[in-house]
Design a protein around this ligand. Sequence first.
Ligand code: GDP
Length: 426
Amino acid sequence: MVKAVVGANWGDEGKGKITDMLAREADIVIRFQGGANAGHTIVNDYGKFALHTLPSGVFYGHTTSIIGNGVALNIPLVVKEYQDLVDRGVPAPRLLVSDRAQVVMPYHILFDQYEEERLGGKSFGSTKSGIAPFYSDKYAKVGFQVNELFDEERLSEKLDRVLVTKNVLLEHLYHKPVLKKEELLAELIRYREMIAPYVCDVSAYLDKAIREGKNILLEGQLGSLKDPDHGIYPMVTSSSTLAAYGAIGAGLPPYEIRQVITVCKAYSSAVGAGAFVSEIFGEEGDELRRRGGDGGEYGVTTGRPRRMGWFDCVASRYGCRVQGTTDVAFTVLDVLGYLDEIPVCVAYEIDGEETKDFPTTARLERAKPVYKVLPGWKTDIRGISRYEDLPANCRAYIEFIESQIGYPITMISNGPGRNDIIYRNS
Ligand code: GDP
């Protein structure tokens, strides 16, 4: 049985917590896309952790954690992340890394920085982790797969070829120091030594695991609206954030993904540039940011304050649809307990017309939110474990949103911890 945990919105919906929670029953947890550019925050018995590349199953002794071929693999960062966990008392996780995963090269990170500098005010708000240059090279077929680190002669030849174009750009476009082949080769050999213990033919491993009936969890990064095809292009990430891509980025049959758990946060937040229709500003936004998440809504990787907004039914319905949602996990609901009234964006007004359909980017940038204001519940709902025990206005908020997005909310998260969860059969 394969399940996917993915985001409906701009990311930071609380996927890490839901994955960590569901990993209790999983044999294998897989990251299938993205890289170290975003992070998950997980709170459990070992403490509070920010994971960037390791799957959120690493805290359980019984799970195997896999980094699939679709991930942008920053080898020194993964190894450091692994070591940090062990240093903090987490039992050494069983980790496998696909031999087809591609390696984030030191120059990908440089190119990311240089390009943002060059674009100045028109930048994409990249986290400068090398993700866009990495995926550009992957699809331009000048990337390096993990297995290529193990054939030094071929590696050296390929580096010669690839560095020709890199150095032209460095010298003439960015006016930066050029790359030296020997230094890079030595660095890649260090990478090889670091990653060697974990390298595996992941899709063959998964084929066997599926035949043995193992429980497999695919863990997405970011959310639907950051998908390069279905998101707010070009303010998107560089790899698909959709559950469907789990089949490709892990290497398993698409029909094996039986459950798609799409995580929706009870209000909105976004990082980076791009249209954000239900965004709020000033004291209203600052207060939600301060109270949001677990200790405030600030980027896990960058520490940047997140942009805040009310729940957006238009974006979330669309976000759930493109994921192929079977279940919605509705998270961080406890945070809204301070509000007298809670606006919810139920439609967009674009060029004088109201719509509930999520538009393409140029129209999205002209959209204005149409709000419906719901009453707040004005109590702390943490610690409640049965749906019936939630205040009536809180249930009304959940049920209103469920009717707007059109997908069943079967899990409600009312705190950052593993056990802060309310299951519901709708
Ligand atoms: P991810 O990238 O989707 O995993 O999202 P984040 O790591 O940004 O998670 C959102 C933040 O909210 C983290 O700090 C979590 O610990 C926290 N969190 C997750 N679920 C809940 C919840 O139900 N209530 C509260 N208060 N915090 C939560």
